[in-house]
Each structure stands twice: as C-alpha cells, then as structure tokens.
Design a protein around this ligand. Structure first.
Ligand code: ACO
Length: 378
C-alpha cells in the first residue's frame, strides 16, 4: 500500500493548501482569531443571535431589525418536516447512530423538495432557508422516536435555539439554557475550509444539487477527527469516570500514544478561541445546575493534556460538558454541531455555485510499474 511518505509534491491532508477564495470566514490560526464577515467570534457570541449569524453568513452584513425579523420569521415558518419523513424516521432501526440517521434523513428530505435539483441562485437561497429551519426538527424528532416517544411539533413563537430545546423535551427552556445553545450554534456555524465544508464544496463543484452537497458535509462531519469528536469527548469522560481518575488515566493513555478527542487542531496551534468561550459557558451552566462533575473532569483533563503534550482544547472539548448541563444526551452533540454548521455550509455552497470550477486534484502513482498481463494457465 502507498504510504505517500516522500512523494514529491504530495501535501498530506492538503495541509496549508488554499482551495477557494471566501468572503465568509477568516481564520487566523497563529493568533487564534476567528471572524465571520469581519466580526470577531467573541463579539458575535456576546451580542448576536444565531439568526443574525445566518443572515451575516449568507449576506455578508449583519441584519437590520426588519431583516432580522424577516429571516427569523422565515425560519420559524418552515420548521415543519414532511409527514413521510417522520414516518421514515419511525422505521429507522432502534439504536441507529444519530448522525447516520441525520445523513439518511437529509438525503431523503431532498426527495420531497420540488426545487431540490435547482442550482439557480434564488432557489438555492430558498433551499438553504428550508434546510436551516428543518434540520433541528429532524434531529429532535429522530431523538424522540429513538427514545420511544412521539415527536413534538415546532413552535413558531420561539427562537431557533429555544425551539430546538423545546422540541427535544416538550418544555420551554429557561432563558439561560436557550441562550447557551444559541451561542453554541453561533460558535459552530462556520469554520472556513474544514473537512466537511470542503467535502460539500467538492460535491457542489460537480454541479450536483445542494442536498447532495449537504449530505456529503454531514457524512464528513460525522467522523471523530472532525465533528464526531463532540460525542467522543463525553464518552472519554464517561470512561475516565471520576475527577480523581483523570490524572492517572490521562498520563497512562498519553504514554500509550492515545489521541484525546477534543484536543489539537490543524490550524489553531495556539488555542481555539471558541474553546475559551465554551469553557466559560460550561462553567456558568454547571454552576446553575450544581452538577459540576463533567466540567471539573474536563478542566483536570485539559491540565494534564496541556502539561504532557502542549495541546490546547478545541471547540468540541468544553461543549461536551456544556451540552450535558443543558440536558442534551451525548449522542446529540454531533447533530447539534450539524444544525449550526448548516449555516456555514449553505453560505459556502452559495459561493461555490456562484464561482465554480470542479475540484479535480491529482494523485502521485506509487504502485507497480507497467507490466504484462499474465497468460492464463501460467
Ligand atoms: N491527542 C493526542 N495527541 C494528539 C492529538 C490529540 N487530540 N492531536 C494531535 N496530537 C499529536 C499527534 O499524535 C502528533 O504527534 P506526533 O507528531 O508525536 O505523532 C501531533 O500531535 C500532530 O498531529 P496530527 O494528527 O499530525 O495533526 P493534524 O493537524 O493532522 O490533526 C486533528 C488535527 C485531526 C484535529 C488532531 O489534532 C486530532 O486528531 N484531534 C482529536 C480529534 C478532534 O478533537 N477533532 C475535532 C477538531 S475540531 C472540529 O473539527 C470541529
């Protein structure tokens, strides 16, 4: 098998390769800065809503009050999903992986959208709105069906984040919980040429439809080296079990070359600015609930991994204890990242369709030299 070690011209993992121009998101890995449309993520987390950020990512400017109301109303109006899709969710096997279910459901959603094959600019905007509105409904409905309960219809009078929490539990969330999820969605909404955005762009670059491109994004963000780390972090904390066990567990695991999910990043080498915000939010949320176990374990694990490997936590690390404090089961951590990232994917797909060239890199052949086909019987 090709190892690709010393192949001239090969850049493993396409590290540092610039694959497209974008006006959506700027990622400064050296200084640990992330900006959407020129606005620092910390300012957006403090002052904006997820709906504002969707508008910003799609239009390059923050909305006016009227524009915010129009976009929020449009999302709220389109939250319901087709009955046939709900029936299909009921047929998915119990215990199905939550991201596998979401991948299947999004592919299916396209079948019920009469505009799905259109890549016309205006149609793409309408589809982007529907996808952003409906993903939370799919995730909540699937979760409830998996738990043997009936799905809850979306409410029009709640914001995007609050409505999602409502559809999960049937209870209107507290303002604090709704805002914590809202800010998490902002932090996860977009992240330049990450693997899933690239996958979505590659699919779109063939002029395949936007549902196919988003399905490629979902398939890619599912992996544990990408968004899948969101669930893996909580599974690691469960495996470690107690705060006291963090130090012995982590030092032994690192000595055995274990990779801790939620640490390290291809681009941020001096820390992920989203992790700083999420740590503060997890701290605050767990103070509210009074159950500090996962947060305290996270702080302890952060200390050991940094001390031993000089690795910083990434966005997925403190979101695990934050989401747990919001009463969200760990298997929904990655679907939640996805309902945020749909905003960034669609924004990038609008860019890609508007200025397209098919992605078609090369591979360096390292297999056998040309050889004669063996004669039969020899
Ligand atoms: N735990 C332990 N060691 C790590 C970790 C980790 N999480 N991440 C990197 N390292 C080590 C590697 O073992 C390697 O060490 P070595 O040179 O001694 O072999 C070195 O750091 C460089 O690692 P690479 O894999 O080459 O770094 P790369 O840029 O390719 O990978 C990645 C980045 C995939 C994020 C990596 O840090 C990782 O696997 N992290 C865990 C998964 C994770 O949290 N992913 C979420 C990323 S954010 C997001 O997608 C939403």
């Amino acid at each position: 098998m090709a190892s690709g070690g010393d192949v001239p011209g090969l850049i493993r993992g396409l590290e540092g390769i610039i694959a497209a121009p974008t006006a959506i998101c700027e990622l400064d890995g050296i200084n640990g800065r992330l900006l959407y449309g020129g606005y620092d993520i910390a300012d957006l987390a403090e002052h904006a809503t997820f709906e504002d950020v969707v508008y910003l990512l799609w239009n390059g400017e923050l909305p006016t009050a009227d524009q915010r109301a129009a976009l929020s109303g449009s999302l709220a109006d389109q939250r319901a999903i087709p009955d046939q899709l709900v029936q299909s969710l009921r047929l998915y096997p119990r215990g199905a992986n939550s991201m596998a279910a979401l991948r299947a459901a999004i592919a299916q959603l396209g079948l019920y959208d009469a505009e799905s094959e259109s890549i016309d600019t205006v149609a793409l905007r309408r589809i982007g709105m529907r996808l952003t509105a409906q993903l939370p409904t799919i995730v909540a409905a699937n979760q409830r069906i998996q738990e043997g309960r009936d799905p809850i219809s979306p409410r029009r009078d709640l914001g995007h984040a609050a409505n999602f929490l409502y559809m999960l539990s049937g209870r209107e969330p507290s303002e604090g919980d709704a805002r914590a999820l809202d800010v998490s969605l902002i932090l996860y909404a977009e992240h330049e040429m990450n693997a899933s955005s690239f996958a979505a762009r590659v699919a779109a670059s063939t002029l395949s439809d936007i549902y196919s491109a988003v399905t490629a994004g979902v398939a890619t963000i599912k992996g544990p080296l990408h968004g899948g780390a969101g669930e893996a972090v909580m599974r690691t904390l469960e495996e470690i079990g107690t705060v006291e066990n963090v130090e012995p567990f982590a030092t032994a695991a690192l000595a055995a070359k274990r990779r801790f999910m939620g640490f390290g990043h291809r681009v941020y080498k001096n820390g992920d600015p989203r992790a700083v915000i999420l740590r503060a939010m997890a701290d605050e949320a767990t103070q509210r609930t009074g159950d500090r176990k996962w947060f305290d374990m996270s702080v302890a694990l952060h200390g050991v991994v940094y001390r031993e490997k000089k690795l910083h936590p990434n966005v997925d690390f403190y979101s695990a204890s934050l989401f747990a404090a919001l009463g969200i089961p760990a298997e929904l951590n990655v679907p939640i990242i996805t309902i945020a990232r749909i905003a960034g994917w669609t924004a990038q797909l609008f860019e890609q369709y508007a200025d397209n060239r098919i992605f078609r890199p090369r591979a360096a052949y390292v297999g056998p030299a040309p050889r004669a086909f063996p004669r039969r019987g020899q």
